[in-house]
Design a protein around this ligand. Structure first.
Ligand code: A3P
Length: 352
């Protein structure tokens, strides 16, 4: 069955009987007990946007609005061997990879220049956001209704997932992870957070303040380096379970990366598809230039995007490698590089 069935995600269905289920009650109770005890920070976006402050849970700073979903995933999510999970630290290329993977797995269902869903929908509307849907629905029931193979997206660190999802022996899910040079990821996050702050009529966060927060690990789903390392180590241990990509590499060699994604998902491109230029069509369709200039991504359709934490145009800014040079001082860049070097030392991961 193709993932095309999820091209129009239905609204989350809350099942009352599930909410009353004893297992769920236990998780809700655990949440109620733990939540007040957790360290909280409101530096980045205050307490607004329905996402709340950041809370520090099991070593990571996550929006308080996502915490119950995180706990529900851990306790109740039922993975399937066919699940494809795009995992990212925010601002590392989620939108791009959502589009690329969607286009790869659905390449036989649509015409690239005619009825393709990516021409009329933002990638966030084509791929279920794991913790978002669970948080919203209060249970995992919506995700259970999706046909296999499910394509889901998440910002959660690797260590947050239950064994049933991450144990290679069970070969429960396949993860595609994309990392990014922290200098560019930080600059992207700073711009993005200021857009969200403006919506709440908060003053912009000075870059120096944001920089100190980021460097000390206080960032969306941070510490940034720990997020990367969790998936990096898993990809070394279980290369069939985790495909680890770098934004810079995907940018430089997009066609090769698309082929790699196809192979990893057991959907390699045939000689016939190569002759027809399908890989290049996917690359073009999902390119920053193409996606960011589509009406659906350039404009905010209030009706369609009501309730979305992030509006479509906010997913696109420059889509370049090295834009940090326009925002960071030489000293700041040196500090970030040094932190990266220390964190990644001996792991084989680097951004050289
Ligand atoms: P910049 O702010 O550096 O431009 P995410 O999707 O994880 O939130 O990441 C957002 C970053 O990816 C932004 O980076 C955004 O511009 C960039 N981006 C969005 N779509 C892209 C695409 N199709 N190709 C390359 N980069 C893209």
């Amino acid at each position: 069955m193709s993932c095309s069935e999820i091209s129009q995600l239905p609204s989350t269905d809350i099942k009352e009987e599930e909410k009353l289920d004893e297992g769920y009650q236990k998780t809700y109770q655990k949440f109620d007990e733990i939540y007040p005890t957790l360290p909280k920070r409101d530096d980045w976006w205050g307490d607004g946007l329905g996402a709340g402050q950041f809370v520090q849970y099991q070593g990571f700073w996550i929006p308080s609005g996502a915490l119950r979903g995180v706990m529900l995933i851990h306790d109740h999510f039922k993975p399937r061997p066919t699940d494809i999970i795009l995992s990212t630290s925010p601002k590392c290329g989620t939108t791009w990879l959502r589009a690329l993977i969607f286009a790869v797995i659905n390449r036989n269902s649509y015409h690239f220049d005619d009825n393709h869903p990516l021409l009329s929908s933002n990638p966030q509307d084509l791929v279920a956001f794991l913790e978002g849907h669970i948080q919203q629905g209060g249970s995992t029931s919506f995700l259970e209704t999706l046909p296999s193979p499910r394509f889901l997206s998440t910002h959660l660190p690797f260590s947050f997932f239950p064994n049933s999802m991450t144990s290679s022996a069970a070969s429960a899910c396949r993860f595609v992870y994309i990392c990014r040079d922290p200098k560019d990821a930080f600059v992207s996050m700073w711009h993005f957070m200021n857009k969200l702050r403006a919506r709440q009529e908060m003053p912009p966060l000075p870059i120096e303040h944001a920089f100190d927060l980021f460097c000390t690990g206080v960032s969306l789903n941070g510490p940034f380096w720990d997020h990367h390392l969790g998936f990096w180590k898993a990809s070394l241990e279980s290369p069939n379970m985790v495909l680890f990509l770098k934004y810079e590499h995907v940018k430089r060699e997009t066609s090769a990366s698309v082929r790699k994604i196809g192979e990893f998902l057991d959907l390699p491109f045939s000689a016939e598809e190569e002759n027809e230029g399908i890989v290049e069509k996917i690359v073009h369709l999902c390119s920053f230039e193409n996606l960011s200039n589509l009406d659906v991504n350039k404009n905010v359709n209030e009706e369609k995007q009501r309730g979305h934490l992030i509006k479509n145009p906010e997913f696109f800014r420059k889509g370049q490698v090295g834009d940090w040079m326009n925002h960071l001082t030489h000293e700041m860049a040196k500090v970030l590089d040094q932190i990266t070097k220390e964190n990644f030392q001996g792991t084989g991961l680097n951004f050289d």
